[in-house]
Structure formats: structure tokens, C-alpha cells
Ligand binder design. Sequence first.
Ligand SMILES: [Ca+2]
Ligand SMILES: [Ca+2]
Ligand SMILES: [Ca+2]
Ligand SMILES: [Ca+2]
Length: 334
Amino acid sequence: MKIQFLALVFISLNLLTACDDGDIIVTAENGFEFETSNLRLCNTGESSVPNSGTAVFHNVNNTTNEAIAIEIPNRFYNDTIESTEGNETFPVQSNPVVYRKFDTAIDGMDYFCSGIPDNDIGIITELFGNSGNLEIKTVRIIEEDGDEDGDGLTNMQERFRDSINTDMDRFLDYEDSDDDNDNVLTRDEIMPEGEDEDNITMVPMDTDGDKIPDHLDPDDDNDNVDTRNEISETSPDPRNDANRNPEGVSFYLDPTTSNNIEVTRLITNTFTSTFRTTVIARNLGLSEADGSNEIIRETLTFGDIREDRIQTDSVSISTPETEEMMPEEETITP
Ligand SMILES: [Ca+2]
Ligand SMILES: [Ca+2]
Ligand SMILES: [Ca+2]
Ligand SMILES: [Ca+2]
């Protein structure tokens, strides 16, 4: 995707405004009606190179036919990485800002992110930023009733505020689809409880009655063999049909069976985290190209962007001895 935002500013100034049929005066109180949720971002660079390409944030109101856009040169802005030091500040002088009022509705991603805009789009009023600062910040959002790892327990049930990490691997419980690293997914170690379909909550089971729920208990049947090792040569998945006794009960839930095969490869973990990027201008000075119609906005909220990031990671039991034993092909997929 090519962005020719700077070029657009000058093309439109020289050509499109020549066709104006009369300026509409935009003032600090009149105009700038942007829904915060309509903020969008496009990048031309490479995500692996933070200083590559150009990042453009834009917000379009297709009721009032207004748009405002910011160009951040030499920057790939990743809206799924948390800002480490609070707000990043970008001076308007080196990061062009343009406000436009059009004679028709536009598609912001097409207009600002896809090269030369459609000829049919006329600009009635155009203002350029000439002073002030932009503040951009990305934060991770963790909602109480969300379920980042999709394991059936909410972030609140997995005590996300306490940063619980039962199996001490790289993932906190609310990001870990197998909380006890026993190769049985948490969603298969809990059960629904409720009086009717509309009031179901997922609650932990405790097979061996030791007060440690199955999804946090590495030895579910208390036979002193870890659940993940109660398998056979046929399959490394404790829930596989090959790993059941003649009555159909999985070895890991049957204290009378004693298969014990050391495994080092764990289920691949996937979780989704959500980020919100907020863009605010402070003391933003705008004027027409000739310096007329100057207005100042003390605070102008460009809006915010909500974006998900899905992370999939292979995990292994990370002791030096077991790393050496780990066969590459033995990945267990849920
Ligand atoms: Ca979990
Ligand atoms: Ca488990
Ligand atoms: Ca237990
Ligand atoms: Ca066991």
C-alpha cells in the first residue's frame, strides 16, 4: 500500500482548491466532529523495522464530510505493542496534520492510504497544522469478563490482577490454555454448571478430591504419576483413546493405572490480547495555507483504535536435560 500523503497535501492545494465554490469557515467551535471509534491507522513500512515507511492516522466523519489525518514519517507504528514510557509526543511541525472538509463522503483507508485520491472528491476547506503536539499511546486492555486464552474461564476467574502462574511457564494463567502444563487443556478440565442454558458458568473439577482443581493439578488422580506422563507409545495426548483403560477411563483419571512415559513437548499455547491506541492533539494550531483562518484547539481527541494480537507459542519443559531429549516432531496439537 502506498501512501502519498504529503504529495496529496500539495496536489490538493494547487489543483483541487482551484475548483472550490466558496470556502466554509471552520472555527474552533464549529466542525471537528469526530467519533473516537472511527480512528484508523495505515503503515507503509515493514513491521520488523520500526523506523521504516510512514504511519498515517486518520478519522473521517461521513455525516459532516470532515476528515483529519496525521502523518508520522519514518515510523512503522505498531498498535499491538504497549507503549513502554507512557505517551509518545510528536511535534506537529515535523509530523504533518491536515483537516479537510469535502463535498462528498469518502473512504478514509482508500483516500489516505492508497495513493492518488479519486478526482471526484472536492475539498471545500483545508487546514494545516502549524503548532502543537500529538500524543500517542498504546495500552493493553484486560477485561474482567474476557477470556484471553479461550479456555472457558474468565480473566477474573484466572485472577489476572494477581499475575498467577500455576505452572511457572512463560504464560500467566489467564493467557495459558493449559494452566498446569499437563497436556490437558483447561477447557477439558472444567465443567459447565447452571440451572439453564442462559445461566451457565464454567467451574473447576477435582477428580482426586485433594482441593486442587484438575486444571491446576499436574497429577489429577493423585497416583504420583504426572498426568502428562500417563500416556502410551501410541500417543503423547493423555486424552487420546489409546490412553484409556478397558472401561474407557483415561489413564490420567484412573489411579490404578501406572503408565509413565516422560514427555517434554507441551501443547502449543495460543492467546489473544487486545490493545487500545489513543491519539490526542494538544494546543493544535491550524490555518489555511496562506495563514488565514487560524484556530487553536487546546485538546482535540483524534480517537482510539482497538486491535487484537494473537500469539501462538510452542512451549517445552525447559530444563537442560529435557531440552536435549525433546524430539522435534512430537508437537501436540489440541
Ligand atoms: Ca488459563
Ligand atoms: Ca491442564
Ligand atoms: Ca485435584
Ligand atoms: Ca496421575
